[in-house]
Write a protein that binds this ligand. Sequence first.
Ligand SMILES: Cc1ncc(C[n+]2csc(CCOP(=O)(O)OP(=O)(O)O)c2C)c(N)n1
Ligand SMILES: [Mg+2]
Length: 390
Amino acid sequence: MRKMLAAVSRVLSGVAQKPASRVLVASRNFANDATFEIKKCDLHRLEEGPPVTTVLTREDGLKYYRMMQTVRRMELKADQLYKQKIIRGFCHLCDGQEACCVGLEAGINPTDHLITAYRAHGFTFTRGLSVREILAELTGRRGGCAKGKGGSMHMYAKNFYGGNGIVGAQVPLGAGIALACKYNGKDEVCLTLYGDGAANQGQIFEAYNMAALWKLPCIFICENNRYGMGTSVERAAASTDYYKRGDFIPGLRVDGMDILCVREATKFAAAYCRSGKGPILMELQTYRYHGHSMSDPGVSYRTREEIQEVRSKSDPIMLLKDRMVNSNLASVEELKEIDVEVRKEIEDAAQFATADPEPPLEELGYHIYCNDPPFEVRGANQWIKFKSIS
Ligand SMILES: Cc1ncc(C[n+]2csc(CCOP(=O)(O)OP(=O)(O)O)c2C)c(N)n1
Ligand SMILES: [Mg+2]
């Protein structure tokens, strides 16, 4: 009994030391999980699709909320650093599309594989790297995830193959990674992402063909954010039903603004591939708030009203937040606390990304080849000495 009293007193004194809001949060009785209806996917060559209801646990909900908010804040910080000319060169932001990267990750295993195009910051984070390493890569610093030499389009992590700048070129590579999964007899799949603009590329149809012929465990994923580089999908594509464009490959059209929809569709697609049936195609209907890149204000080919409408009616973070609060999975105060923590993490990371030194000039030519001996490539070798012109 004395032991029990001591334990109770320890707990109480611990609570007493915490700020008032934390006590409030801790003392509220939240639901452990809740069931939600989600939008039915449109199907192509499939008898059945993903479920139309799903269970979200409080733990997962909080995790998804934090991850999406981190990606959003990281992108906004990148925008700011770019405008301050601390980040230079290419930079493609994915704010608005957070339910895609976080939802896809929630539907696969860390041992599965993922490859995407140049809008890659969110995926680099969801595949396991820190905001610090990502922002420092953007500012070209030594602590960046590609040692400050890759920049926005060239970030990699375990089972994440970038970050690719040539539109569509990552799609045959993704089919190749899926071939490796099958060849090695692993129960793994490859998520191969591309945009609606890239979907019109010839090499994508070649990859569809080989993947279907060889029954590769490849999930082709078209992030349809309604625009390519300054062009709407209607102006660029003879068919905007991207989920049907694999023809002989079954497809799903998914609400890409709803993380739960993306998660369930991904689980469904991954199970399909793992069962040996071959590739499947998912079209994620999403939206990017920023322009195509930093040089595109993004309002010459779409209206400000359109952007505002998406922001106010189908923002992926707001949607999850509303669901969690309305079903007593979390409180507004608790989510605000997460926002504060996320902002702090981003500020710390930005601090690091501006204070960390650039890689030394003599190392600029390193880390290009995996083999040791130096050899000449177009007049350069990895031991070449660079001189500063400033
Ligand atoms: C082979 C090739 N052609 C053109 C470009 C220039 N380019 C970069 S992104 C882009 C549009 C791609 O749009 P989409 O696939 O919809 O992706 P999003 O930017 O919307 O994510 C173009 C034409 C390029 N990088 N590579
Ligand atoms: Mg696009």
